[in-house]
Design a protein around this ligand. Structure first.
Ligand code: SF4
Ligand code: SF4
Ligand code: FES
Length: 234
């Protein structure tokens, strides 16, 4: 099989390699084969190899994917494969992107839990079937892999946009009854770079390897922002 792999930084170029096909081969197997056998300088990132860490995300034949969970058979076209770094993020080298701005946006969206109880207060029990908890049942499973962020056209047009993952995280905290910073968080996501910039393209939801729906989370944030505006809280 012929595999084109991105080499270099933002101004790099694709380099072609010949890689033998194997049964049950994943795209990460291909990248690992190239690095171990053909080009030891190839930079790439992975950790768990079983779809738990999200660090192996790359662009495969144009779409962002976890390479360890992508079988070659499913994506190969005419015995050819093209592998490049995630879009919408600066390239450090080869297949490795700089995730700093992705996580900086989590901080800008107030993605950190802000406890409302003090050391001597009793534990805050969250009922698993309470309406707020049920609304974020899926969304809390996000592992911050960046696939949705890489798939989002609005991030490409407006690099300031917080993006689907940071907004999904904000949504889980807005619905967390233990959190004491709901209004600050809604304020953080209500601006031009926040939830109202989402055009509901659903690319994030289509591409999320965990089948989460950041689009639904963002729609929830829009509703909560509107309710707070009507109440005169924002
Ligand atoms: S929402 Fe899905 S695609 Fe986006 S960062 Fe979380 S796990 Fe990855
Ligand atoms: S639904 Fe919104 S966040 Fe998701 S890809 Fe589309 S514009 Fe981006
Ligand atoms: S290496 Fe961890 S998800 Fe692929």
């Amino acid at each position: 099989m012929k595999v084109s792999v991105w080499k270099g930084g933002a101004e790099g170029a694709f380099q072609e390699f010949e890689v033998p096909r194997q049964p049950s081969q994943t795209v990460l197997d291909i990248v690992t084969y190239i690095q171990r056998t053909l080009d030891p300088t190839l930079a790439y990132r992975y950790a768990c190899r079983v779809g738990m860490c999200g660090s192996c995300a790359m662009t495969v034949n144009g779409a962002p994917r976890w390479t360890c969970r992508t079988h070659v058979d499913k994506v190969v076209r005419g015995e050819r494969l093209q592998i490049s770094p995630l879009k919408n993020l600066p390239v450090i080298r080869d297949l490795v992107t700089d995730m700093r701005e992705f996580f900086d946006k989590w901080a800008r969206a107030q993605g950190q839990f802000s406890g409302s109880r003090r050391r001597n207060d009793d534990f805050h029990t969250v009922k698993p079937r309470s309406p707020d908890r049920v609304q974020v049942d899926a969304a809390i499973e996000c592992i911050g892999c960046g696939v949705c962020y890489s798939a989002c056209d609005v991030v490409a047009w407006n690099p300031d946009y917080l993006g689907p993952a940071a907004l999904n995280r904000a949504w889980t905290l807005v619905k967390d009854e233990r959190d004491g910073a709901k209004l600050e968080r809604l304020r953080a996501v209500a601006g031009d770079a926040g939830c109202h910039s989402c055009h509901t393209h659903m690319s994030c939801t289509e591409r999320c390897p965990k089948q989460l729906s950041p689009t639904a989370s963002i729609a929830g944030l829009k509703r909560e922002v509107l309710k707070s505006l009507v109440r005169g809280e924002l």
